[in-house]
Every structure is written in structure tokens, then in C-alpha cells.
Design a protein around this ligand. Structure first.
Ligand code: FMN
Length: 189
């Protein structure tokens, strides 16, 4: 029978989830890593093609190397217990980016449900300081095959600092329209 509280539980997870960029040094229990693997493999994909591959990185030396994939917004990965590298194969699906994005956010939601914190690190279209693609650097570090693109790395670990949930009143209600664009004149253009 359906758990009637399931919607509320998921809403609470969405309220609590914030990007975590500071992590405790402790590792993630292996059973939780197993659950994260299950969660990401349950991602839906267009035409069920599953054009993705996920590299779960816990080796500290590799995490440090990956944290240098781009000059901004990745350094905290060196302190994470886990980096989930989300890769996609464009020869399998023309919408691999959408599929990889869904897998990325589901990894973040699953991490949240397990009491872990996470942050998305954008890799696709990002560059190293010398102008070479961050993806090429990661391909070299992880020995990825040439047919895979890297969309993102999800940094995961126990939060050392957990940002506060954003109050409902601070959400951008003007980004929502009902039925037709002009119906809510009070919301502006
Ligand atoms: C597509 C995407 C790319 C992102 N890339 C990065 C990134 O490279 N580095 C980073 O620190 N945060 C990154 N973030 C996290 C956003 O900055 C964060 O989600 C946003 O500021 C909202 O904050 P919140 O996650 O705490 O709600 C990314 C988020 C998304 C959805």
C-alpha cells in the first residue's frame, strides 16, 4: 500500500537539500555507496537507452587530481569522500545531456536521503586555465575511453557545514505562470 506521507517526505528532502561544499573527513559507509549506485542506475533515460556511465571515485589521490579539473568551483572535491563522475555517450543518444542531468540530480537527492551532502561540479563546456577542456583532463586522470563525455562530477560526503533551507517566501514565484503567460499580470512581463 502506498505510503500517504511519501509526498511530504520528498518535499522535505527538497527543502533541506542545499549544495554542500565543506565535508567532514570521515568516509561514507559501503552500504550507503551501494545505495547511491542503485539510485543512479534507476535514473530514467530517453528511450531507455541508458547512454551513461558512472565512475565512483573514493581514492584520495584521484579526488585531489579531479578537484583541479577546472580553476573555479571544483576545489572542494579534494575534501569529499566520494566523487561520482557522470559520463555520457552521444553516439548512443542525442539527448545524453538530459539523461546525465537527471542522473546527476538523482544522485544529489539520494545522497540527501542518506544524510549526506553533495554539490554538482559542472564539467561539460568547462576549461582548464590553459584553455583545454576539463573533460580531456578528467579522461586522462581516470583513463576514460574516448567515446565518453563528462557532464558533471557530484561531490558527496558528510557535511561539515550545511547551508540553511531557503524559506518558501524567498522562492522566485514570478518564474511560475498559470495556464497562459499573461494571466498573472501582477507577476510582471
Ligand atoms: C548545472 C549545474 C552546474 C553547477 N556547477 C557547479 C560548479 O561547477 N561548482 C559549484 O560549486 N556549484 C555548482 N553548482 C551548484 C549551484 O551553484 C547551486 O545548486 C545553486 O547555487 C543553488 O544552491 P543550492 O544547491 O544550495 O540550492 C551547479 C549546479 C547546477 C544545477
Amino acid at each position: 500500500m502506498m505510503n500517504m506521507n511519501s509526498n511530504l517526505d520528498f518535499m522535505e528532502l527538497l527543502r533541506q537539500r542545499r549544495s554542500v561544499r565543506q565535508f567532514e573527513p570521515r568516509p561514507i559507509e559501503p552500504d550507503k555507496v551501494d545505495l547511491l549506485e542503485e539510485a543512479v542506475l534507476r535514473s530514467p533515460s530517453s528511450r531507455n537507452l541508458d547512454p551513461w556511465a558512472f565512475v565512483f571515485v573514493q581514492d584520495k589521490t584521484l579526488l585531489k587530481a579531479l578537484s583541479e579539473a577546472k580553476p573555479h568551483g571544483a576545489a572542494f572535491l579534494k575534501d569529499a569522500a566520494l566523487g561520482v563522475v557522470i559520463c555520457g555517450d552521444e553516439s548512443v543518444s542525442d539527448v545524453w545531456i538530459e539523461d546525465c542531468s537527471i542522473a546527476s540530480i538523482l544522485t544529489q537527492c539520494a545522497a540527501q536521503s542518506l544524510g549526506l551532502g553533495s554539490c554538482w561540479i559542472q564539467i561539460r563546456r568547462r576549461q582548464r586555465p590553459d584553455g583545454t577542456p576539463a573533460e580531456d583532463y578528467i579522461r586522462n586522470v581516470l583513463q576514460l575511453p574516448p567515446h565518453l563525455h563528462v557532464e558533471s562530477i557530484i561531490a558527496v560526503g558528510y557535511p561539515a557545514r550545511q547551508p540553511e533551507p531557503i524559506p518558501r517566501s524567498q522562492l522566485k514565484d514570478d518564474r511560475i505562470r498559470r495556464d497562459q503567460w499573461q494571466n498573472d499580470a501582477a507577476k510582471g512581463e
